[in-house]
Design a protein around this ligand. Structure first.
Ligand code: AMP
Ligand code: GLY
Length: 427
């Protein structure tokens, strides 16, 4: 099979790395890719929302399966574009159509879906500028902290958690007046859930599903999970507090009703479902859905899939996921992200990365890199994800950190505490 992976981050490098291991993979392309994907696949330079150009490459390279990494092309309807085109409709697309992608693209849509299918989530109400007064009155009924969410995609910045009522009311007004542009013309206000977060992933064909390894990511820039939110600074899999009892509740109360809801709504969904979950005293709730894999979770989830991913994806794209099963690697996997100095605020790109060839016992997934004159340069806020395996989480973490100690670029920063909050392993 000829495969095109769409995207250019660590997630796409990890997916391409896994696909490359399949005996069924004949040709592998990543668009736009990065310096890491260039080592295992052919990069194609294009914009991930330029559907016309993507389609042209799919035809000229005889692509059989398109794996969509990021949410933007999905919310903008890449699946619908392929389905509606006579030259492209034979190509399998991993990712939902635009209607289903609203599960990520609209918080209000997502909350209504969960309410309809009785999936546990925080209580909420949605407001627009003409219902600002009602929104303020709703805030009066809640206790702090207050959670305000821009309805639409806001580059991961659209959720505000405020500790003071007046501040929450002011922010509500700012949001409805356009703080996040069109994304915050509607705002979801919801109850705060004080729990421990984790990420569950399913692959679905719209009717059946299989669960991928569970992961936990670390979102804040600073150690102790302090400071600004980032795209993700590291991840671990498995997650010790997600035991069998919790997973059973997740599957019965969340995964199954979500997949049957997708089927009942007639959504065209052949792809990954990312359940952003929290548990409060062992009871799981959905914080959000994403219609794609997580980043950096993918950098630990892919290494823990033992089965041939391409066989699974092909089955999903053909609606026969019930015929295959997913086998997990029992080892632990951890990843720690090296980022550019200043990220997630202002940072510089184009720094020379040295020491990559010295890394042993680890997988370096490139997140934001490019190649120039035979050298690897930083090309984003998140630069490299250093993933390692271990018989314990501690062993995996030691190897991730040993790998990071070999690599340098000007301004490089990484958190030193990924995974350490989870305690010692029970043996
Ligand atoms: P979201 O984009 O919906 O995932 O929200 C971003 C982050 O805000 C989540 O990862 C949580 O840490 C936090 N968050 C969102 N909703 C809630 C909630 N209802 N209660 C507590 N924290 C939340
Ligand atoms: N790691 C969280 C995300 O990909 O949205």
């Amino acid at each position: 099979m000829n495969i095109l992976v769409l995207g250019g981050g660590g997630r796409e490098h990890a997916i391409a790395w896994k696909i490359k291991q399949s005996a069924q993979c004949e040709a592998l392309y990543v668009a736009p890719g990065n310096a890491g994907t260039a080592q295992i696949a052919e990069n194609i330079s294009l914009e991930v929302t330029d559907f016309h150009t993507i389609g042209e490459h799919c035809i000229s390279k005889s692509i059989d399966l398109l794996i969509v990494g990021p949410e933007d092309p999905l919310v903008k309807g890449i699946k619908d574009h392929f389905s509606a085109s006579p030259d492209l409709c034979h190509i399998g697309v991993i990712g939902p159509d635009a209607a289903a992608a609203q599960l990520e693209g609209s918080k209000d849509f997502c909350k209504r879906f969960m309410q309809k299918y009785e999936i546990p989530t925080a209580a909420y109400k949605t407001f627009a500028l003409d219902t600002l007064t009602e929104g303020e009155a709703f805030l009066d009924t809640l206790s702090p902290p207050y959670v305000l969410k821009a309805d639409g995609l806001a580059a991961g910045k659209g959720v505000l958690i405020l500790h003071n009522l007046d501040e929450a009311k002011t922010e509500l007004r700012h949001m409805l007046e356009g703080k996040f542009g069109a994304a915050s013309t509607r705002v979801v206000i919801e109850e705060y859930l004080d729990g421990q977060e984790f990420s569950v992933f399913a692959l679905t064909d719209g009717k059946h599903y299989c669960l991928l390894p569970v992961a936990k990511d670390y979102k804040r820039i600073g150690e102790g999970d302090k400071g600004l939110n980032t795209g993700g600074m590291g991840a671990v899999s498995p997650v010790p507090f997600v035991d069998q009892a919790l997973m059973q509740k997740v599957e019965e109360r969340i995964v199954k009703p979500t997949i049957s809801g997708i089927a009942a709504e007639g959504m065209d969904y052949k792809g990954f479902v990312f359940f952003g979950l929290t548990h409060v005293s062992g009871e799981p709730y959905v914080i959000e859905y994403n219609v794609r894999m997580g980043d950096p979770e993918t950098e630990v989830v892919m290494p823990r899939i033992k089965s041939d991913l391409l066989i699974l994806l092909k089955a999903a794209s053909e609606g026969r996921l019930n015929e295959v099963s997913l086998e997990k690697d029992t080892r632990y996997a951890t990843t720690v992200m090296a980022v550019s100095g200043g990220y997630p605020e202002k940072y510089e790109k184009g720094k020379h990365i040295s020491g990559l060839e010295e890394v042993k016992d680890a997988l370096v997934f490139h997140a934001g890199t490019k190649e120039a004159d035979g050298r690897v340069l930083s090309n984003g806020g998140r630069v490299l994800a250093c993933t390692a395996y271990g018989e314990t989480r501690q062993e995996a973490l030691e190897r991730s950190y040993a790998a990071l100690a070999e690599v340098t670029f000007e301004g490089m920063y990484y958190r030193k505490d990924i995974g350490f909050d989870l305690g010692e392993e029970k043996s």
